[in-house]
Design a binder for this molecule. Structure first.
Ligand code: DGP
Ligand code: NA
Ligand code: NA
Length: 214
């Protein structure tokens, strides 16, 4: 792979049960085995005070108005923004399990007239923009068969179906928001190989590090 002085910003996205955590771990390992410094991150980061409120909400232990929880999820990304930028600038590749893509689609998937994709995207403007977002795509029915969804807030078939549709709406926007689709309904090794291919593609032609714009 071509040497880059800055690190890359790579995001793994997908529905619940798409295999994000597994692919995230494998990608980090193979980048490290190629001699890259890697920083693993995930959102929501449930360890911060804001993250703890999100955790309670997702577990059904507290209620939040839909716009409020969206802004908390967004704030949870903003509180890590400087850390992400600094890591990339010093040459570390940052690999994140979920980012503003989930942020935009899960909130908009609630179907509120006053909580559109655009409304949900606006607070994300200015966050570090990834070189690539690999979307692990799986039919909600196939995802549900993988041991069934858990008990958290959004883990229902109807919600997952709508989330998937909205991911495709983001992909259809002018710049596709840097999303590459990988079929996650296959064997772990096959998916892993494709994820690495997509990452190699962007390493050949890295973008400038830049914030998300309107
Ligand atoms: P995880 O810990 O990866 O299972 O993610 C927790 C859940 O939170 C998952 O269902 C996706 C959802 N989520 C992540 N970011 C956001 C966001 O910004 N807004 C909303 N509404 N949901 C989000
Ligand atoms: Na989840
Ligand atoms: Na996960």
């Amino acid at each position: 792979m071509a040497p880059l002085s800055r690190g890359m910003l790579i995001v793994i996205e997908g529905l619940d049960r798409a295999g994000k955590s597994t692919q995230h771990a494998r990608l980090c390992q193979s980048l490290e085995s190629q001699g890259r410094r890697v920083k693993r991150m995930r959102f929501p980061d449930r360890t911060t005070p804001i993250g703890k409120s999100i955790d309670a909400y997702l577990k059904g232990e507290s209620q939040q108005e839909d716009h409020v929880i969206h802004l908390l999820f967004s704030a949870n990304r903003w509180e890590a923004a400087a850390q992400i930028r600094n890591a990339i600038e010093e040459g570390t590749t940052v690999v994140i399990d979920r980012y503003y893509y989930s942020g935009i689609v899960y909130s908009a998937a609630k179907g509120k007239a006053d909580l559109s994709l655009k409304w949900a995207r606006d607070p994300e403007i200015g966050l570090p923009r990834p070189d690539v977002c690999v979307f692990l795509d799986i039919a909600p029915e196939a995802a549900a068969k993988r041991g069934g969804f858990g008990r958290e807030k959004y883990e229902t078939n109807a919600m997952q179906k709508r989330v998937r549709e909205l991911f495709y709406e983001l992909i259809a926007t002018s710049d596709g928001l840097d999303i590459c689709v990988v079929d996650a309904g296959r064997d772990v090794e096959e998916v892993e190989k494709d994820v690495m291919e997509r990452v190699k593609d962007v390493m050949k032609q890295p973008k400038m590090t830049q914030p998300l714009t309107e």
